[in-house]
Design a protein around this ligand. Structure first.
Ligand code: NDP
Length: 255
């Protein structure tokens, strides 16, 4: 089987997998963080789980960048910088500064995410540095409204994501382990602004790259995080009787 067939099968699989994950997560909440529970096999310390599962996305993209270095343009350098900024932060910073990194995290989720991130890194990296039509990402793409809009949305999303996670990290003082009501930033409007930021990021990526692998990742991220945002929101409402009633789950003023 030649590579393009494997690439297409993997690409279609991501869309199908996104539909399955979206449906399943409305019934079964992924068992980590506040939804951690027994009966999911072996567990891993959360910090090492995050490091291990996010690492392939960072590494695989870099490998395809170096393999396709002869095709590098200013545009693809910007793409690799955006991708690397996100995954360097998530892999090597977030997992080390997170509070409660010793908490359990199911090995099965680490394995799923490891495989997904490897495939996703391959699809996006191989498209940018090999399968994209010749000349698509030459200097004229820098002025294309899709590129400019996408990059702005990506950076806005990443800023919202990192700032929201920073607020969450600040809630637990002096080794506290429980949960508190987050305040400030976009928490004024939604329960999960970090997920909102993450979805914005990959939507921006899909627009800026104007590619099917980019779209597949944006769709998957929404399919994964939307149901979890609803579960987290319901959990907050049940756990805190004084939880602000006007907060939405994920998108300010909408849902
Ligand atoms: P959460 O918001 O559930 O948790 C983030 C961190 O904050 C955890 O350490 C959590 O602790 C802590 N925390 C959350 N709420 C509170 C609270 N009310 N009081 C005190 N501490 C709190 O996010 P996730 O763990 O699900 O995700 C982490 C990051 O990874 C996010 O930025 C998310 O966007 C990203 N992500 C991306 C995915 C994708 O598909 N691209 C998939 C999943 C996550 P504890 O662990 O103890 O609950």
């Amino acid at each position: 089987m030649n590579e393009i067939i494997i690439y297409r099968i993997l690409l279609i699989s991501i869309f199908i997998f996104a539909a399955i994950v979206f449906t399943a997560l409305f019934r079964i909440c992924a068992p980590y963080g506040r939804h951690l529970r027994k009966g999911w096999g072996y567990y891993f310390p959360a910090r090492w789980g995050w490091l291990l599962m996010e690492f392939p996305a960072f590494m695989v993209m870099l490998i395809f960048f170096f393999i396709g270095i002869s095709k590098t343009t200013a545009v693809t350098v910007i793409f690799i910088l955006l991708w690397a900024a996100h995954y360097f932060h998530r892999t090597f910073i977030y997992s080390f500064i997170m509070k409660g990194g010793g908490k359990k995290f199911p090995l099965i989720l680490v394995a799923f995410a490891f495989i997904f991130n490897s495939i996703n890194g391959y699809l996006n990296g191989r498209y940018l540095f090999h399968f994209a039509p010749a000349g698509k990402y030459n200097a004229s793409w820098l002025h294309d409204p899709r590129f400019i809009t996408g990059v702005i949305i990506f950076i806005a999303g990443m800023s919202i994501n990192i700032y929201s996670d920073h607020i969450l990290r600040g809630l637990r003082k002096n080794g506290q382990a429980g949960y508190l009501i987050p305040q400030g930033g976009l928490f004024k409007y939604v329960s999960c602004p970090n997920y909102f930021g993450e979805i914005l990021e990959w939507t921006g990526w899909a627009i800026a790259t104007w590619s099917l692998p980019g779209l597949a990742f944006a769709v998957f991220t929404s399919a994964n995080l939307m149901p979890r945002a609803f579960s987290n929101h319901r959990w907050y409402l049940e756990y805190f009787p004084d939880y602000p009633g006007d907060r939405k789950a994920l998108i300010p003023f909408l849902i």
